[in-house]
Design a protein around this ligand. Structure first.
Ligand SMILES: Nc1ncnc2c1ncn2[C@@H]1O[C@H](COP(=O)(O)OP(=O)(O)OP(=O)(O)O)[C@@H](O)[C@H]1O
Length: 430
């Protein structure tokens, strides 16, 4: 279910804002309507799912803060709808809006916004104090939040005694104390030193894994966006150019602006096996005879292939043409001819990666590997392979499909779709 959604949201600052929206809706550009006002947000639509970290990323002036202030009901929309938990903010009275803000949404700001003359504990407890929660209960909750953010032992300190990173942890603890479903984070880590910033990002991911909040995180930093976001909305000049996962944005940018924007991202940390996996030219079954297996390998012009259990598709290991050929050549013909690949020819595979393995880790795993890397699910079910050339292409920013000189379809007639089709199991990748 969507926790928060924006539907054709516009915000124009200026006296003729409604007219500006009408002209924008009719196709005018931001510059065309500049005489009427500043179009800060133009036709923004998205759904943020429960438990999702949704990052809004864009350069200064692209409209991120304006969008965020509309999401928390601080700024009225010129046009469109924002709903929180299914409630349209425009339908709420001032009083109800305040209640929604207090009970459903917490904010974390770039400049911490701590109360300087209150202790760390009192700062963390503050949202409950304004809700009128009694002292003992609010301090218990604040202590728990401070523990979660790594500030146990600092309760009685004053904010000024804390480093920037620790002050931001207090800001985060304060947001967690309120125990709202939604956290809006406005450039929350942008004022921190890079190393501390990375610590905070890691901590947020950790917290998120256990708390499952719905987070809208605003940043101008693409690497931060890619690190934190389940999905990212890329904003430019008031419009959302693209919404997608980090991988989708990297491997399939919506336009040349986004492509340029993402060109200097450290792709090796973002791209994963999932986006590079392809069906192998050939798969061997444990029951295949040596001759059959060797012919399959030779036909596919590969030195070896993975052995996958029929039916379950569990990865059993790999076999190599050279060994099969040697055995067939040297063995006594009748006996060898009846032997199967399961009879001692399968090498265990310890370089298999999982769909979430990053390019970085895949390069490390592929150093020793004789075959393209096998991709398996956590329980060892074979998903396909990642070829080194596809990894290199992906790293360089090319499309991985361009990298395939002989795609599996050409070699085998099988497609990735076949893998999902149990009917085709028998001919899989042959
Ligand atoms: N209150 C306002 N009155 C007039 N124009 C405004 C107002 N607030 C923002 N703007 C304009 O709206 C546009 C978007 O600003 P916004 O602050 O939302 O962008 P941003 O992406 O958050 O940038 P930054 O990271 O610098 O805050 C800018 O052109 C800005 O000048």
């Amino acid at each position: 279910m969507s926790a928060l959604s924006a539907e054709h949201v516009y915000k124009v600052f200026g006296r003729s804002s409604r007219q500006a929206v009408e002209e924008l809706q009719a196709g005018s550009s931001r510059e065309d309507v500049a005489r009427l006002g500043t179009a800060a947000v133009i036709d923004a639509s998205f759904d943020v799912r429960q438990g999702e970290t949704f990052v809004v990323m864009g350069l200064s002036g692209s409209g991120k803060s304006t969008l965020l202030r509309m999401l928390n009901g601080l700024l009225p929309l010129t046009s469109g709808h924002i709903t929180i938990g299914g409630q349209d903010l425009a339908d709420l009275s001032e009083k109800d809006l305040r209640t929604v803000r207090r009970e459903k949404i917490s904010m974390v700001f770039q400049h911490f916004a701590l109360l300087p003359h209150r202790s760390v504990l009192a700062n963390a407890a503050y949202p409950l104090e304004i809700q009128g929660v009694d002292k003992q209960e609010r301090e218990e909750k604040a202590l728990r939040a401070l523990e979660l953010t790594g500030l146990k032992g600092w309760e009685t300190s004053m904010p000024s005694a804390l480093s920037g990173g620790m002050q931001q942890r207090v800001g985060l603890a304060r947001a967690l104390t309120a125990d709202t479903d939604i956290l809006l984070m406005d450039e929350a880590f942008s004022a921190l030193d890079p190393l501390i910033r990375r610590d905070m990002q890691v901590q947020l991911l950790d917290l998120q894994a256990s708390l499952g909040k719905t987070i809208v995180f605003i940043t101008h930093d693409l690497n931060e966006a890619m690190f934190l976001g389940d999905r990212i909305a890329v904003m430019r000049d008031g419009r959302i150019d693209q919404i997608g996962t980090a991988e989708e944005i990297l491997s399939d940018p919506a336009n040349s602006y986004v492509a340029r924007f993402v060109s200097d991202v450290d792709r090796s940390r973002v791209l994963t096996a999932e986006s590079l996996v392809e069906s192998p030219p050939v798969v061997i079954r444990p029951g295949d005879g040596l001759k059959v297996a060797l012919r399959l390998l030779n036909d596919a012009k590969v030195e070896g292939a993975y052995v996958v259990e029929s039916g379950t598709r569990r990865l059993l290991g790999s076999v190599y043409a050279e060994e099969l050929a040697t055995s067939l050549r040297e063995g006594t013909a009748p006996k060898e001819a009846s032997r199967k690949v399961s009879d001692g020819f399968i090498h265990p595979d310890d370089s298999a990666v999982q769909p979430g393995t990053t390019l970085n880790e895949m390069f490390a795993a592929s150093v020793e590997a004789r075959l393209p890397l096998a991709v398996t699910s956590e329980d060892g079910i074979f998903q396909g392979i990642v070829r080194r050339v596809a990894m290199l292409q992906a790293l360089a920013g090319g499309s991985e499909t361009d990298a395939a000189p002989d795609s599996p379809e050409e070699v085998t007639g099988s497609t990735a779709d076949d893998q999902d089709d149990p009917q085709k199991d028998g001919e899989y990748a042959r």
